[in-house]
Ligand binder design. Structure first.
Ligand SMILES: C[S@@+](CC[C@H](N)C(=O)[O-])C[C@H]1O[C@@H](n2cnc3c(N)ncnc32)[C@H](O)[C@@H]1O
Ligand code: SF4
Length: 459
């Protein structure tokens, strides 16, 4: 993007840098409260409509290494017995959910996230999938996705992944520059990554995603471009490009990353743009939403083009199921009635599930206004256009219910981030990196209480 238009780019970045959610849910997680617990969750499950297929998210909070930047709920757990025990808890929770649902559910998508799900022993991975198949029907062509650390994938996990029927794998890269890797405590060569991708392709996993990051210590425009070019050699179907979220008040190990080694907002912006340029112009990838890239013909690109793209806790997805069930410590479910999150700490999660109680400790029930605002935010984050007046009329019977948001968007229109056509609004190409700022105009909770400071920086 050139430094032209309504305001110089540097002034825009300075003005719009702040702390904002990534809007993987609305209301966002800091707005969850203890008003939703195990009993409410059980009721929600019992009242879940099974007319449409369900999705499952399974969280494994273990890794073989702890990367200093990591914002995920995970820790290094080496004891095989602890990993096996956790696998058993997951199976038990799957059974409890199946018992609570009003019938046998069909599943369209399963996402194994973490942490590093393949840190579970091979026998656990296969048994958990068998437990799912025993209690649910998998839709034909169901997507089974899993996150993998390419440096820590023991050989016995390959036949396990095949037996599980995994269709998509997502691998972390972040940056191939060795200075950056030293500063973030994550050594990983291009060759190791290439070898892992080949092994996954050899067992029939046809869709691979790689994660890159910008905003890390010692990164520069040149270094991130070099990493992006190396990633093009690996030819993944999808690439996610995340801005480093530095939240040491939530993730204590991030304190080991010196703040003065971090690029400022202008440098982060330039790095993000540089990676996008390489992926688009040299690799032929298409930008999808805020931070994803996919090859033309990929289901994600197709979904973005047809307005079928969705956003959930895993980022962008083609998953349109109205019910996402979260399994495992800290997993968040998105049920028809609202969001429900399991206890984040493994001992708390284990104590509840071990006693046959759901482990939900936080959540939020959705009001009609939440649903309206959530639909606006999801469409904005997915690159679609919104008609706030028509939607407000549809959800609340009052066309003026979002007039405050429309006024806030008018200010962003002056910056060239949004454009309107009649009553419809869309994010412009200039506004794409500022999508979260546009989405935030619909967030009724932002700035309430102490939540804002809990988000990462917006640029
Ligand atoms: C669960 S990990 C991916 C799988 C595997 N554990 C690995 O690291 O290779 C999820 C991804 O989240 C991203 N991530 C982790 N911490 C982050 C942070 N603080 N800010 C932005 N992105 C982050 C990284 O790109 C990482 O690859
Ligand atoms: S980035 Fe991946 S491997 Fe590193 S600590 Fe986080 S979840 Fe574990």
């Amino acid at each position: 993007m050139s430094d032209s238009g309504a305001s110089p780019l540097s002034a825009l970045i300075a003005r719009h840098d702040g702390h904002l959610p990534r809007y993987t849910s609305y209301p966002t997680a800091p707005n969850f409260s203890s008003s939703i617990g195990a009993d409410a969750y059980a009721q929600w499950l019992r009242a879940t409509s099974l007319e449409q297929p369900l999705s499952l998210y399974i969280h494994v909070p273990f890794c073989d290494r702890l990367c200093l930047y990591c914002g995920c709920n995970t820790s290094v757990v080496r004891l095989e017995s602890s990993r096996l025990a956790y696998g058993k808890l997951l199976m038990r929770e799957i059974g409890m959910v199946a018992d609570a649902l009003p019938g046998r559910g069909r599943i369209a998508q399963i996402h194994w996230g973490g942490g590093t799900p393949t840190s579970l022993p091979a026998q656990s991975l296969v048994s958990i999938m068998d437990a799912i198949r025993g209690r649910f029907d998998l839709e034909p062509g169901a997507e089974i996705a899993i996150e993998i650390d390419p440096v820590n994938l023991p050989q016995d996990r390959l036949p396990a992944l095949r037996a599980m029927g995994v269709t998509r794998a997502s691998l972390g890269v972040q940056d191939f520059n060795t200075d950056v890797q030293r500063a973030i405590g994550r050594a990983q060569s291009l060759e190791e990554t290439r070898a892992c991708l080949k092994q996954l392709r050899d067992i029939g996993i046809a869709s691979l995603n790689l994660d890159l990051m910008y905003g890390l210590p010692h990164q520069s425009v040149d270094s991130v471009k070099a990493t992006a070019r190396a990633v093009l050699e690996l030819a993944p179907e999808r690439i996610a490009v995340f801005g480093y979220a530095h939240v040491p008040w939530m993730k204590k190990h991030q304190m080991l990353i010196a703040e003065d080694s971090l690029p400022d907002a202008m440098a982060r912006f330039a790095q993000q743009e540089a990676i996008g340029d390489v992926l688009r112009s040299q690799g032929g990838y298409q930008a999808v939403g805020l931070d994803h890239f996919a090859l033309p013909g990929d289901a994600l690109t197709a979904a973005a083009e047809t307005g079928a793209l969705h956003r959930n806790f895993q980022g962008y997805t083609t998953d349109s199921a109205p019910t996402l069930i979260g399994i495992g410590a800290s997993a968040i479910g998105n049920l028809q009635q609202g969001y429900a999150q399991n206890a984040a700490r493994v001992p708390d999660y284990g104590a509840a599930i071990g006693a046959n109680r759901f482990a939900v400790t936080r959540g939020v029930a959705l009001s009609d206004e939440d649903r309206l605002r959530r639909s606006m935010i999801e469409q904005i984050m997915c690159g679609g256009d919104v008609d706030p007046k028509a939607s407000a009329l549809h959800y609340l019977g009052r066309a003026d219910a979002l007039d405050g948001s429309i006024a806030a968007m008018e200010a962003l229109e002056a910056d060239g981030f949004v454009a309107r056509d009649g009553t419809r609004w869309r994010v412009t190409e200039r506004g794409r990196p500022f999508m979260r700022q546009v989405a935030a105009t619909f967030d009724a909770y932002l700035g309430q209480g102490a939540t804002s400071r809990r988000y990462a920086r917006a640029v």
